[in-house]
Design a binder for this molecule. Structure first.
Ligand code: CTP
Length: 403
C-alpha cells in the first residue's frame, strides 16, 4: 500500500505543455489510494480540459474564484480547499506561477490556495532550458525552498521548443515516487523493525482435528497495518486467520501451531526493535499427535496435553534493547494478573482486555483495553474500533522509544 493511501491531494495545474501529463498523474494518485482535487490556472485549460481532469479525479475542477458558468454561481472557497489538503502538488509549475508564489501574488485561485495551504507543498517545474537556467529562476527556487516548498527536479530531455536540456517536467511516475519517498523518509517508525503475532494457534490432535480458539486475528492485523503505515518494517507472524492484509509492505509469515509461531518469532526477534505479541496462543497441545484419524470408540476419550512454549516469556528472557508488548485476556483480578504477567514476562507494556467489558475481546471489530505500563501506570481506554486501539498502542510505543 502506498503512503499516499488515504491522503487528500490538491493538484495545481499551470499553463505548460506538460499539463497533458497531469491526466496520468491524477490516475496514479487515485490508484495509490489518494483523493484528488484539481485547481488550474485559467490558461492551463488551453492545455488540458477540466472535464478530463474532473472525470479522472471524480471531483470538480476549479480555475476561478467563482463558478461563473453556473447559473447559481458560487464562491470557490480557496481556504477550505487548502485546509482540506494533506499535500499540495503543483505540476507542471511554470516560471510565471513559481515567481508569483515566491512573491506572494494572488491573482488566481491556484495562488490563493497556495497562500492558504498549511500542508507540505511540492512543485514540479516545467520550462524551457534557458528559462530554467536563468538567475531569476534560480533565485525563485531558492526563495521557495526557504519557505519550505519541496522541488521535484525537472529532468533533462527534449523540450517543447525543440531544444534539448534541463527543464522537462519529471514524469508522472517519478513525481509520485518522489513524493512517496519524501513522505516515507519522515515516518516515525522508519528504520525500525516490528514483530507482531496475531490470531489463534491450532494444535493438532490427529490429521483432521485440532485444539484451537476463537481468536480472529483482527487486533494483531490492525497493529501490523498501523506499524507499516508509520514506516516500520513489519513481520507479522500469523496463526490461521481470515483477515486480509491491505498493506503490501507487511511481511506475513503464516504458521499453524504454537511451536511454529515460537520458531518464526525467534528467527526475527534479535534484529527487531519492537515486538507486540497479540496472538491467542494455545497454552496446551496434545502430547502426541495420532498419525491416523482417531476412530470413535464406546467409552470416553482422554487426551494427554502438554504445555506449549510461552513465546512471550521466552523473548522476555533474552530481550536487550527491544520494546516488548504483551496482551492479557482476563476474567477476574484483571489488574493484578496483568501486572504480574508484565513482571514475570519482563514486558514494557501489557494491554489488558477484560472479558467482563462489553465490546472487548476476541472476535469483534471493537476492543476495550487498559494499558499497564512498566512504571506501574494504569491507562484505561473507551470501547473503540480495533484500528483505533492499534493507533493508541503504537502511539504509546513511539512516545517511549523516542523518549
Ligand atoms: N503468549 C505467548 N505464548 C503462549 C501463551 C501466551 O506468547 N504460549 C502471549 C500472548 O500472545 C499474550 C500473553 O502471552 O501476549 C498473555 O497470554 P495469556 O494467555 O493471557 O496469559 P498466560 O500467560 O498464558 O496465562 P493464563 O492463560 O494463565 O492467563
Amino acid at each position: 500500500m502506498s503512503v499516499l493511501s488515504g491522503k487528500n491531494i490538491v493538484l495545481g495545474v499551470t499553463a505548460g505543455i506538460a499539463a497533458y501529463k497531469t491526466t496520468y498523474l491524477v490516475r496514479l494518485f487515485v490508484k495509490a489510494g489518494a483523493e484528488v482535487k484539481v485547481v488550474m490556472t485559467p490558461s492551463a485549460k488551453d492545455f488540458v480540459t477540466p472535464l478530463t481532469l474532473s472525470t479522472l479525479s471524480k471531483n470538480e475542477v476549479h480555475s476561478s474564484f467563482t463558478n461563473e458558468e453556473d447559473d447559481n454561481a458560487q464562491w470557490n472557497n480557496h481556504v477550505e480547499l487548502a485546509l482540506w489538503a494533506d499535500l499540495f502538488v503543483i505540476a507542471p509549475a511554470t516560471a510565471n506561477t513559481l515567481s508569483k508564489m515566491a512573491h506572494g501574488a494572488s491573482d488566481n485561485l491556484l495562488l490563493a490556495v497556495y497562500l492558504s495551504a498549511k500542508c507540505p507543498v511540492y512543485y514540479a517545474p516545467a520550462m524551457d532550458l534557458d528559462m530554467y537556467q536563468h538567475p531569476t529562476t534560480k533565485a525563485t527556487f531558492e526563495k521557495l525552498a526557504s519557505f519550505g516548498n519541496i522541488q521535484i527536479p525537472a529532468t533533462h530531455g527534449e523540450l517543447a521548443s525543440g531544444l534539448v536540456g534541463q527543464g522537462r517536467m519529471a514524469e508522472p511516475e517519478e513525481i509520485v515516487s518522489f513524493i512517496e519517498d519524501e513522505i516515507a523518509k519522515k515516518l516515525p517508525l522508519r528504520g525500525k523493525k516490528v514483530v507482531i503475532t496475531a490470531g489463534p494457534t491450532y494444535e493438532a490432535i490427529d490429521p483432521v482435528r485440532f485444539i484451537g480458539n476463537h481468536s480472529s486475528g483482527k487486533m494483531g492485523y490492525a497493529i501490523a497495518e498501523e506499524a507499516a503505515s508509520l514506516g516500520a518494517e513489519v513481520i507479522l507472524v500469523s496463526g490461521p486467520s481470515h483477515v486480509v492484509l491491505k498493506n503490501t509492505r507487511v511481511t506475513k509469515i503464516s504458521v499453524t501451531s504454537a511451536k511454529e509461531m515460537y520458531e518464526a518469532v525467534h528467527q526475527h526477534f534479535n534484529t527487531c526493535d519492537v515486538a507486540v505479541l497479540s496472538a491467542a496462543v494455545a497454552d496446551y497441545r496434545p502430547a502426541t499427535i495420532a498419525s491416523e484419524k482417531i476412530k470413535k470408540k464406546t467409552g470416553a476419550l482422554t487426551l494427554q496435553l502438554e504445555k506449549t512454549e510461552d513465546i512471550l516469556a521466552s523473548i522476555g528472557k533474552i530481550k536487550t534493547k527491544q520494546f516488548l508488548v504483551g496482551f492479557a485476556l482476563e476474567t477476574q483480578n484483571e489488574l493484578e494478573n496483568a501486572k504480574s504477567k508484565l513482571e514475570k514476562k519482563n514486558l514494557d507494556l501489557i494491554v489488558l482486555n477484560s472479558l467482563k467489558d462489553k465490546g472487548a475481546g476476541f472476535k469483534g471489530d471493537t476492543n476495550k483495553v487498559t494499558f499497564v505500563t512498566k512504571d506501574n501506570k494504569v491507562i484505561p481506554f473507551s470501547v473503540k474500533p480495533k484500528t483505533e486501539v492499534a493507533k493508541d498502542i503504537l502511539h504509546y510505543i513511539l512516545q517511549q522509544i523516542h523518549a
